[in-house]
Design a protein around this ligand. Structure first.
Ligand code: GH3
Ligand code: MG
Ligand code: MG
Ligand code: MG
Length: 303
């Protein structure tokens, strides 16, 4: 565990450093409050800090106040070290945002116990953050294919459309629907259909740039949001996706399954005053035309 020591007295600093290093901590040193605050703001800052109360520049409580005013994650567990023995000072330190305090001269055992209490809090917070991130992922992603779910891909389009209206740069929408997918299920069974869907989603992701977004819009229907592209540029993307899906059969342990996809697309350049539903409807109408015109093809929306 990494720990910041902010202590201006070189002698006390060394004693504390030796003690903590002998207990397995990796010590980062600061000799005044400004240095401590600067370290605590840096990338990958230690999450545990021992702050001397009296230091030149910012004192311990001031560093606590700065850290708490910033208020972002991950949490920094702050322990003030003071030689002041009065209750009012202790209260003031805790009110400034310290989690705990130690009075000098401190007892090595007590220091260790208080650090362990801090580590327990930090571990708990880490677990909560991880659980929250996992819930967030589950709420926005399709469990079968791992791409964005319907709500999340619509949100993405809404965000990109707002941005495009601000920046005067278009955003394109591609709707893709697997051809005769019912036959795959009917011939090979639903689990094989699921495996095919996963592979198609993987190929779609492979065919777009990192800042494009792929979502599962319905059962075997995908929506791709392509920021910065007009219809002509989006058509290149759509043709690439068509080739990636239909170019070679999906190869499963049970055999090879040929699959094709039909795609319809539009862009905000063609429908400048539209909203999310308007764009999706236009791309959907184009997709419907791709189906009618023989499938395994790309069609543009007609404005
Ligand atoms: P078209 O070319 O006109 O799109 O024909 P299609 O057979 O793909 O279209 P249709 O809408 O008739 O059938 C879609 C099928 O997709 C029916 C449904 O059972 C299947 N499907 C939807 N979601 C899933 C899924 O999660 N897993 C599997 N295995 N199949 C799914
Ligand atoms: Mg001091
Ligand atoms: Mg289909
Ligand atoms: Mg469909």
């Amino acid at each position: 565990m990494r720990i910041l020591i902010a202590e201006d007295s070189p002698v006390e600093h060394e004693i504390l450093k030796d003690l903590l290093e002998s207990r397995g901590y990796e010590v980062i040193s600061a000799y005044d409050g400004e240095e401590a605050w600067s370290i605590l703001q840096s990338e990958g800052a230690p999450q545990l800090a021992l702050l001397d109360w009296m230091m030149p520049g910012l004192d311990g409580p001031q560093v606590c106040r700065e850290v708490r005013a910033r208020g972002n994650e991950p949490y920094t567990y702050l322990i003030l070290i003071t030689s002041l023995h009065d209750k009012a000072a202790t209260v003031a330190g805790l009110d400034a945002g310290a989690d705990d305090y130690l009075t000098k001269p401190y007892d090595a055992g007590e220091l260790q116990s208080r650090l362990r209490a801090g580590e327990r809090i930090l571990n708990l917070q880490q677990q909560l953050i991880e659980a929250r991130e996992e819930l967030r992922r589950q709420a926005t992603h399709d469990p079968l294919t791992g791409v964005l779910n319907r709500g999340a891909i619509r949100d993405t389009l809404q965000r990109e459309l707002s941005r495009s209206q601000r920046t005067q740069s278009p955003v394109a929408v591609i709707m893709a629907d697997i051809d005769h997918f019912k036959n795959v299920n009917d011939t090979h069974g639903h689990p094989v259909g699921d495996a095919v869907l996963k592979e198609i989603a993987r190929r779609m992701c492979q065919g777009v740039r990192p800042y494009d977004a792929v979502g599962r819009y319905g059962g075997e229907e995908f929506m791709i949001v392509v920021p910065g592209c007009n219809t002509t540029q989006a058509r290149v993307v759509a043709e690439r996706l068509r080739a990636l899906v239909g170019g070679e059969p999906v190869s499963l342990s049970t055999g090879d399954i040929p699959v094709t996809v039909s795609l319809g697309l539009t862009s905000s350049a063609e429908f400048p005053n539209t909203n999310v539903d308007g764009l999706i409807d236009a791309a959907d109408a184009a997709l419907y035309r791709a189906k009618r015109n023989g499938r395994n093809r790309v069609e543009n929306a007609t404005s």
